[in-house]
Ligand binder design. Structure first.
Ligand code: PAD
Ligand code: ZN
Length: 362
C-alpha cells in the first residue's frame, strides 16, 4: 500500500510502498478513506517537535474496518470508524478516573518509536506516528483508538472530528467547561480554533471573540458563532479584547502554539478567568506571566485533544452535525490526493487553507 513517509525534518514527504501485518488480538485493520492535514503534523515535519524518523505521519482520519483481531468485539469488517490518537487502556488510574486522554499504559498508548506495526522491506525501522499513521492507505491500530459512527455520516467530515474538531470543541466543553453566557476568546482560528468557536456557540457562550491575522478566517469565524473579531494587525490584542469585554474575558483559548499568544491569552483574562493552551508551543520554549495576575485567581491550563472521551464525544459531534449545529462543511478548503500532500502542507503554512483532506478513493 501507499504511504507518505517523512525521512528527514524540513524535507518533502515521499510516497512509498509499505505494509502492515495481520491484526494482533486487539488490533483493527482499517482502509483509510480520508485523512485531514493538521498543523500538528506540520510541527513534526518542521522539527519543532521531535519524533523518531522515518515515520508515516497523519492522525486525523476516518475509514472502514477491513479485518479485526481475534479478541476484538467492538467493531466488525464494514463498520465506519473515526480514529483518535487518544488511545486508552481503560484500566490505568487516569482511565478509570475519567481522564482517558492521559492514559499511562504504554503497552496500549505506545511511546514514539515503540510500535512495530509498519514495515517496508528495508532494515531501517519505519515508525508509526501517534499510534495511527493516517497518511497511508491502511492503518493498523489498537481497537481503543477508534470509535464507530453511523454510516450516513460523510467520511470526509467525520475525519475532521478525529483531531481538529474534537480538540477545539473539547477544549471549550470538556477542559474549560464554559458556562452559558460566559465570554470566550479564541486566538488562532484555524481548523482547531474554528472548532473552539463552534463549540463555544453550542455551549451557549455569551461574547465569542475570534482573533486571527487572516480576514477570511475572521469572516468564517463570524458565520460559526463569533460575535466579535479582532485582527492583531490593528493594535495590541490584549487591549482590543479588554475594550470589548469591559476589562477581561472569562475564558481564553490559545490555538496557535506560540509564546507571545499564550502570554496574551493569560494577560486578557478577567479576575477569576482561565486561559486554556491548546496550541503546541515549540518544544523547549518557556512562557512568561505576571505573577501578580494570580492573586486575582486567574488560571492557566493545558488541553490535550480536548480532554476527550472520544467514544462518547465523537458520536455526539456527529449528531450535532446532523442537526445543523456543527458546520463541518465549512472546514474543508481542499480535497486532495495522497500524492499532493506536500502542496497541502505548503498551503497550510501559507495560511491559505482551513483543512485540506486527502481523499484516498479519489
Ligand atoms: P492552522 O494552521 O489551521 O491555524 C492557525 C491559525 O492561526 C491560522 O488561521 C492563522 O491565520 C492564525 N494566526 C497566525 N498568526 C496569528 C497571530 N499572531 N494571532 C492570531 N492568529 C494567528 O492550525 P490548526 O488549527 O491545525 O492547529 C492550531 C494549533 O493547535 C497548532 O499548534 C496545533 O499543533 C495545535 C493542536 N493541538 C492539539 C492538542 O491536543 N493540544 C491537537 C491538535 C492541534
Ligand atoms: Zn491534529
Amino acid at each position: 500500500m501507499k504511504a507518505a513517509v517523512l525521512h528527514e525534518v524540513n524535507q518533502p514527504l515521499v510516497i512509498e510502498d509499505i505494509s502492515v501485518p495481520n491484526p494482533g488480538p486487539r488490533e483493527v485493520l482499517i482502509r483509510t478513506k480520508v485523512a485531514g492535514l493538521c498543523h500538528s503534523d506540520l510541527h513534526f515535519i518542521e522539527g519543532l517537535y521531535p519524533h523518531p524518523l522515518p515515520a508515516v505521519l497523519g492522525h486525523e482520519s476516518a475509514g472502514v474496518v477491513e479485518k479485526v483481531g481475534s479478541d476484538v468485539t467492538y467493531v466488525k469488517p464494514g463498520d465506519h470508524v473515526v480514529t483518535c490518537l487518544s488511545v486508552f487502556c481503560g484500566t490505568c488510574d487516569n482511565c478509570t478516573t475519567g481522564r482517558p486522554v492521559l492514559c499511562t499504559d504504554t503497552t496500549v498508548k505506545m511511546l514514539p518509536g515503540q510500535s512495530n506495526r509498519l514495515s517496508w522491506g528495508r532494515k531501517e525501522k519505519l515508525n508509526q506516528f501517534l499510534n495511527l499513521s493516517s497518511f497511508a492507505e491502511q492503518m493498523l491500530v489498537h481497537e481503543n483508538a477508534i470509535v464507530k459512527i453511523r454510516k450516513d455520516m460523510p467520511l470526509e467530515l467525520a475525519a475532521l472530528i478525529g483531531c481538529g474538531v474534537i480538540t477545539g470543541y473539547g477544549a471549550v466543553v470538556n477542559t474549560a467547561k464554559v458556562q452559558a453566557g460566559e465570554s470566550v476568546v479564541v486566538i488562532g482560528c484555524g481548523g482547531v480554533g474554528m472548532a473552539a468557536i463552534n463549540g463555544a456557540e453550542i455551549a451557549g457562550a455569551g461574547r465569542i471573540i475570534a482573533v486571527d491575522t487572516n480576514p477570511a478566517k475572521l469572516q468564517l469565524a463570524t458565520k460559526l458563532g463569533a460575535t466579535d473579531v479582532v485582527d492583531p494587525r490593528n493594535g495590541d490584542v490584549v487591549q482590543q479584547v479588554r475594550d470589548l469585554t469591559n476589562g477581561g474575558v472569562h475564558h481564553s483559548f490559545e490555538v496557535l502554539g506560540r509564546k507571545e499568544t499564550a502570554e496574551q491569552a493569560f494577560a486578557m483574562l478577567a479576575p477569576g478567568g482561565t486561559a486554556t493552551i491548546v496550541g503546541m508551543i515549540p518544544f523547549g520554549q518557556k512562557i512568561e506571566l505576571h505573577g501578580f495576575d494570580f492573586l486575582r485567581e486567574r488560571r492557566i491550563q493545558g488541553s490535550s485533544m480536548g480532554s476527550n472521551h472520544f467514544r462518547v464525544d465523537m458520536p455526539r459531534l456527529v449528531e450535532f452535525y446532523m442537526r445543523g449545529k456543527l458546520h463541518l462543511e465549512d472546514w474543508i478548503s481542499a480535497k486532495i490526493k495522497l500524492s499532493e500532500i506536500n502542496e497541502g502542507f505548503a498551503n497550510m503554512k501559507a495560511g491559505k487553507t482551513l483543512r485540506s483532506v486527502i481523499m484516498f478513493d479519489a
